[in-house]
Design a protein around this ligand. Structure first.
Ligand code: ASP
Length: 289
């Protein structure tokens, strides 16, 4: 049994057309289905899915990133392997094409979980990860100019993925340029295991929204802890989003459990997401009702 769910951010606005993202998300899920059917690990599939999302330029992550208030592109990403509880993360990384690959390298090749800023860039350089030659030419600034980022950073174009592989292993990965109008050095939930990303033996989750709120409720880990305590995935995820809503926060998350159940609650207008069920069905959704 395998299952997968991806997201392209919870900042979707009803007045905007998402046909390109819908087509792309389906392509990502179809490509990952092939890999899962071939026996690839949840970890490898999570990275591959997020790389496709980062490289598309359609979301506010990777190529689609927008700069911070000082004009710098500071990108965040994290990954977690549910079967081993290993995690890797980079924050405020500048100059590299795929932050999720850097996060994986931190997990695999350092004794640490998180590297930030210059240290993260030095490490990525040492690992010969692909650099961006010309930032102005590379970044597309997906969502730039849309009326979805009032002061406070109400734009969510983060990408993420949760996977259950054929050996029952879960993994999650998330990548972002953060919220629009962020201060230099600002770090949101995305690169913080437990906040924006989590995977253990029972559940995996990847979040999108106003990261400050997701940090304050340990959103991704809370989903898994609730599942471990016996709550259904649907109830656990909805409870976390409701708690964020009560605090005044906005966003959504994707999650799946070891039984292949999938959940994707959000309290924003929409959340770009797509999934593969254990039965092999593929679905894509941006808005509900
Ligand atoms: N959660 C991300 C952050 O706060 C933003 C997003 O989901 O788009 O950095």
């Amino acid at each position: 049994m395998t299952a997968l769910i991806i997201h392209g951010g919870a900042g979707a606005r009803r007045e905007r057309n998402y046909d390109a993202e819908i087509v792309h998300m389906r392509q990502v899920v179809e490509a990952m289905k092939v890999r899962l059917d071939a026996g690839d690990s949840a970890l490898d599939v999570a990275v591959a899915a997020v790389v496709m999302l980062e490289d598309s330029g359609l979301y506010v992550a990777g190529k689609g990133a927008s700069p911070n208030l000082a004009g710098a592109y500071e990108l965040d990403a994290s990954i977690m392997d549910g079967s081993t509880r290993r995690a890797g993360s980079v924050a405020a990384l500048q100059g590299f094409r795929n932050p999720v690959v850097a996060a994986r390298a931190v997990m695999d090749r350092t004794p640490h979980v998180m590297l930030v800023g210059e240290g993260a860039a030095l490490f990525a350089h040492d690992q010969a990860l692909e650099m961006i030659a010309d930032e102005a030419a590379w970044f597309t600034g997906a969502g730039k100019g849309e009326d979805n980022h009032p002061p406070g950073g109400l734009s969510h174009g983060t990408v993420g993925c949760c996977v259950l592989d054929s050996q029952g292993r879960l993994a999650a990965a998330t990548s972002t340029a953060g919220v629009f109008g962020k201060m230099p050095g600002r770090v949101g939930d995305t690169p913080i295991p437990a906040a924006g990303t989590w995977a253990d033996a029972g559940a995996a989750a990847s979040c999108t929204g106003q990261g400050e709120y997701f940090i304050r409720v340990a959103a991704a880990a809370q989903v898994a802890w609730r599942v471990a305590a016996g709550q259904s995935l649907a109830d656990a995820t909805q409870t976390v989003i409701d708690e964020i809503g009560v605090m005044g926060g906005d966003g959504g998350l994707i999650a799946l459990d070891a039984q292949g159940n999938i959940a994707a609650p959000f309290n924003s207008q929409g959340m770009k997401h797509a999934w593969l069920t254990p039965d092999g069905d593929i679905g894509v959704e941006v808005f509900r009702d």
